[in-house]
Design a binder for this molecule. Structure first.
Ligand SMILES: [Zn+2]
Ligand SMILES: [Zn+2]
Length: 66
């Protein structure tokens, strides 16, 4: 489950991927960039930024970031 599972939401909470996250926990698993709820990619339940991380890790070949 997500790392927010057992934590309490005393601080700001955001909802994305059908789960609740602390605002500061919703960040890219690869580059730690802060993400916008609903405005990011997802893989295996983990949030990623679309570019460059998701495209680099999981995107179709030939879509390398310029
Ligand atoms: Zn959290
Ligand atoms: Zn990223």
């Amino acid at each position: 489950m997500g790392k927010c599972h057992s934590e309490q939401f005393n601080s700001e909470k955001v909802t994305s991927l059908g789960k609740d996250w602390h605002k500061f926990c919703l960040k890219c698993e690869r580059c730690n960039k802060t993400l916008t709820p609903g405005g990011h990619a997802e893989h295996d339940g983990k949030p990623f930024c679309h570019k460059p991380c998701y495209a680099t890790l999981f995107g179709p070949k030939g879509m390398s970031a310029s």
